[in-house]
Design a protein around this ligand. Sequence first.
Ligand code: SAM
Length: 286
Amino acid sequence: MTSDDAAVPDVSGTPGKAGWLGFDTSVAHQARSYDYMLGGKDNFAADRAAAEASLKVWPDAVFTARANRAFLGRAVGYLAGEAGIRQFLDIGTGIPTAGNTHQVAQAIAPETRVVYVDNDPIVLSHARALLVSHEAGATDYIDADLRDTGTILTQARRLLDFTKPVAVTMLAILHAIPDADDPHAIVAALMDAAPPGSHLAISHVASDLLDRETVDGLKGITDRMSRPFTYRTREQVARFFAGTDLVEPGLVRVEEWRPDPGTTAVGKSALWCAVGRKREGHRDDQ
Ligand SMILES: C[S@@+](CC[C@H](N)C(=O)[O-])C[C@H]1O[C@@H](n2cnc3c(N)ncnc32)[C@H](O)[C@@H]1O
């Protein structure tokens, strides 16, 4: 991959022919716009244009992307450290960048096993970078849609033991699942497969941390992306955590979740996040 669009083959070319990327680079995609906001190089003109347009409507967009990535580091650090989790199912992996889940977790517990899931062809093309594991642990990559929970769970079992606690992380992905596809049922299906003591970490674009005009402006941009965004309220995000106890500080903005001592947020994100620990008993009993 290159950010040099001159080197990008004609996307109207022929599938199967040399140079065919298998996707339309003229439509902005979430993984690549996010990569641009994080300062990465795996993005095309349409991705950068969408990111720049978002920044005009919402100047804290770059802060939010970076605060989300920092939340990933702190949440995975907490899960591998204090919570003692040794198995991760990271769905909506994103293009590899600094501090991928296995690197953060294995720096704390080298024997940690991590299964990554994404359905973006560019993320797949970088999967090798995610498969370089500490020799004491292991990583795997599944090319699947979050909605296909059966495939994800079947393939995750190649590496993960679902009789032992698993951390399911879904950071900045659930907004890509519209209400019509019942994202709450998807999360429930995944957590139902994991035993008590497993954890769920989510970050999600918030409709109620932005004013109406900003949401409308952003929707005008994200509705034209490959997958439109669904912005959700704090209450809607809280419902993903049914059957879990939220660890401190509960459901907050990403930059407010256990910030590193001595750091001060330089913006305000519009992402709710939390980490929950699955209770004993069936989640419907909660
Ligand atoms: C904004 S990135 C987040 C990356 C990483 N989780 C983080 O927080 O830094 C969202 C990722 O979710 C993936 N994604 C979106 N919808 C998906 C779906 N239905 N199934 C699998 N992956 C999906 C995108 O391809 C993208 O890589």
